[in-house]
Design a protein around this ligand. Sequence first.
Ligand code: ADP
Ligand code: MG
Length: 557
Amino acid sequence: RNDDLAATLRGLDGQSYGRYKSLTGDWPAGDATLTIVRVQADPFAPPSRVRVTLPGAAPEELTTTADRRRALAGFLLRRLRRALRGTSLHVDAGGPEVLERSAGRVAADGTVTIELGVPMPGPKRRILGREAATLLGETLPDAVADLRWSVFSEHDRAAATGFVETVEDAVALRAALADRGLVAFVADGAVLPRRSGVDDRPLEGATAFRSPESLRVTIPTPNAGDVTGLGVPEGVTLIVGGGYHGKSTLLRAIEAGVYDHQPGDGRECVVARDDAVKVRAEDGRSVVRTDVSAFVSHLPSGEPTDDFSTTNASGSTSQAASMVEAVEAGAGALLVDEDTSATNIMIRDGRMQQLIETEPLVPFVERIRPLHAERGVSSVLVMGGSGDYLEVADTVIMMDSYVASEVTGRAHEIAAQGRARVVEHSGFPPVTRRVVDPSSLDPTGRQGKRRVTARGVDTLTFGEQDVDLAAVEQIVDRSQVAGIGRALALLGEGVLDGTVPLAEGLDLLDAELARGGVDALLSGGRDAIDLALPRRHEVAAALNRLRSVKVRELLRD
Ligand code: ADP
Ligand code: MG
């Protein structure tokens, strides 16, 4: 066949839409290759998938480590998205987080691969050859050529390098946490608040973060040198303060700190351990055979609480389940905000204790210390409404008009004076390990076709089910949802064999993702969708919300 794609497209003008399929395959485009990976069946279907391969295009010093390659890919995607603005071509460059994603990859040999969504024009189910030729023969190659030129040019080379170095520094900061006994780090000068709930750009005119001297630490980074800021210690940390003083904003920045952020975001040097997990109440969710006995001693229905299932959890039981599940999946720190917690799982005051003697709930305040002492899981908790936690906190940070100070000493004094109630520390039982039935993770839909689709950041379609992920707050990108769906399918296809506990299955998944990257979630060269690598914690969270999931066995120590 003619190897001129544009000429071929012009030749197809007016033919039936289905003939676009004949273009599937590789097309030379200068020293790049353009691959038509998948063609949509009709003009209303999701866009066709086109891959551009640029051999050896990446500057060598920006490809020396996997983190540098991920960052460079992130930079290139963002540049390309900007260049293609106003066209019908779509590139999945993501939000402020720099995630490993299928849309853009940089290989160790410098080969750059970019995948785009291209809606093939043909509104009347006839090929619009000239228009398609312009899209794939001019718009796309021109943008790619510009991108290539710019990465080598003086000006953009600096921007690319800055982007890569920013990500590299965040990785270094995160890696330094464990040795210093920290859960998170918030750099001085960081801008934490976002413009709005639907706009994740930094708030203009915000008060820059400044660490309290007593909790200030300095961490060296490879590019920015020594970075100074707040070190949030392991153990139990409380964030207190008046309403609207910036408590939740600080916690949200810590939640987001499991990801690296692009330059200009304001949170470039805000990091958290990568096993820090936000948990919250979520009434209505399903719970499948979870041992919630650490938080629920008995139920009025007489159901066992060490093997608890429901299709419709209450606020408190949902939060109890989410906490236990997070620990089961390997969380090293729980992040909890009073704004999204069930009051009765957090606190119970002395008066209520007197009035209600048959309360089945064991409030978190009684478990939070043993959770750390016995299970090694730290907590960072926003709590402005109850003083019960003052005596159990190792560290108390106060937010006052967006300014942080440490008030641990004063908090302990107050706790020692007027004890509202005596907190019993009753230990934290070993977490029961569930063995999940892999056949219950099958995404095959009714028509025998595999259905794994992200619908925004809040919903995963998995087979015939819609999994509600709205309360899994550290999911930040719809491509992560697609990645989570694929990861669940992978767990079901053999990573879980019906005998290994879930946590071990997640270890195996992590190993496979570390080895294969996003390719581990894609099956074969024709399989090309926008997805981003998820954390094990979000994969587990989705599994736990899958209503069809079956647990074969509970393993107890
Ligand atoms: P709290 O949880 O203490 O009630 P929030 O964290 O929800 O308070 O913050 C209240 C408001 O203040 C939000 O609109 C937030 O965007 C804004 N805000 C938070 N931190 C800052 C800051 N450093 N500078 C300016 N505004 C901020
Ligand atoms: Mg709040």
